[in-house]
Design a protein around this ligand. Structure first.
Ligand code: NAP
Ligand code: ZN
Length: 353
């Protein structure tokens, strides 16, 4: 079936309207009419080929929410009319140790929602800046938030799980002091989730204008990271720091804020490397520098349920698909509070069936 989408034909081209095709649902496939799709900084890194290996045409988008419009004969978990979501994963090998542990995000055969290998035309996956998607039921999540919040739920599918998973893994909670670096799409979700987990949350920002906003998101304290005195006040005090920054920067400024056995987890994926951290800062206090990639499917469902229970959604700016190029320019400048979400109805007034 041919549907409308928004994507780029080359790394130096703007995103533009295009027609793409989706496969007819197979026995275990779910067909979803997309209502909204969040705009992640990874979309921008990919479509501009800032990371290696972008395949064109590129239709980004992996924060997808919508309604089930068809199911295959053997689908058991979803039915027509259900509100569902799809995040960054649309397939995996389904038999390795990672998949058996519900950690499909670490499967070597994981297929990303866009730019991943698929037998479907054009040979790589095309994402959620589109009217419809067809996904194996294993990778489709149930949404229990009220329907009125659906647009603001979309960013949970990547920004939500990418921050929830490391916060859970490193046991953010009552009695823990947790830092969140960068108040963008990921960072603002990290603040909300860490706060809901019961941690004492300190937000780090390069933007003084976000100081008050961070408190409204749930931060107990905010530090403007270029202020040396404000940084010095937190030396050797953190159990855990979640670093979401999308650009190379001095990691030592944060490593020294960890107490003994503290960990800083990187989730930001800049196009060029950070300067290497000073080993003496690691060794001297048995500190750890770690990384984390999105989250597995069971944990993504757990995160959606946790957020529904705690009334957590993203703070969003709803845009039309034809505003996406301008939205990218603003995202590069850190000028978004805190996630753009595309209203898929703007792709066309009516969704073809
Ligand atoms: P975003 O909305 O653009 O937020 C990034 C924030 O980092 C900015 O708002 C800004 O916050 C801060 N920042 C400080 N200096 C910066 C600079 N020079 N350039 C850009 N940002 C700077 O991006 P996002 O969607 O949250 O994504 C953040 C990063 O995580 C990206 O690299 C993305 O590819 C990556 N990511 C990783 C995973 C994973 O699985 N690990 C998943 C999704 C995304 P302040 O104004 O507060 O300083
Ligand atoms: Zn993402």
């Amino acid at each position: 079936m041919s549907i409308k989408a928004y994507g780029a034909h080359a790394r130096d081209k703007s995103l533009e309207p295009m027609e793409i095709t989706r496969r007819a649902p197979g026995a275990r496939d779910v067909q979803i009419d997309i209502a909204y799709c969040g705009v992640c900084h990874s979309d921008l890194h990919t479509v501009r080929a800032e990371w290696a290996g972008t395949l064109f045409p590129c239709v980004p988008g992996h924060e997808i929410v919508g309604r089930v419009s068809a199911v295959g004969a053997h689908v058991t978990d979803h039915k027509i009319g259900d509100l569902v979501g799809v995040g960054c994963i649309v397939d995996s090998c389904q038999h390795c140790e990672e998949c058996d542990s519900g950690l499909e995000n670490y499967c070597d055969g994981m297929v990303g929602t866009y730019n991943g290998a698929t037998p479907d035309a054009p040979g790589h996956t095309l994402g959620g800046y589109s009217q419809q998607i067809v996904v194996h039921e294993r990778y489709v999540l149930r949404i229990h938030h009220p329907e009125a919040q659906l647009a603001a739920v979309a960013p949970l599918l990547c920004a939500g799980i990418t921050t929830y998973s490391p916060l859970r893994h490193w046991q953010a909670g009552a009695g823990k002091k947790v830092g969140v670096v960068g108040i963008g799409g990921l960072g603002h979700m990290g603040i909300k989730i860490a706060h809901a987990m019961g941690a004492h949350v300190v937000a780090f920002t390069t933007s003084p204008s976000k100081r008050d906003a961070a408190k409204a998101l749930g931060a107990d304290e905010t530090v403007v990271s270029c202020n040396a005195d404000e940084m010095a006040a937190h030396v050797k005090s953190f159990d855990f720091i979640l670093n979401t920054v999308a650009a190379p920067h001095n990691l030592d400024a944060y490593m020294t804020l960890l107490k003994r056995d503290g960990t800083m987890c990187l989730v930001g994926m800049p196009a060029s490397p950070h300067p290497s951290p000073e080993v003496f800062h690691l060794i001297g206090k048995r500190r750890a520098l770690a990384g984390s990639m999105i989250g597995g499917i069971p944990e993504t469902q757990e995160m959606l349920d946790f957020c529904a229970e705690h009334g957590i959604v993203a703070d969003i700016e709803l845009i039309r698909a034809d505003q996406i190029n301008e939205a990218y320019e603003r995202m590069v400048k850190g000028d978004v509070k805190y996630r753009f979400v595309i209203d898929s109805a703007s792709l066309s007034a009516s969704i073809p069936r």
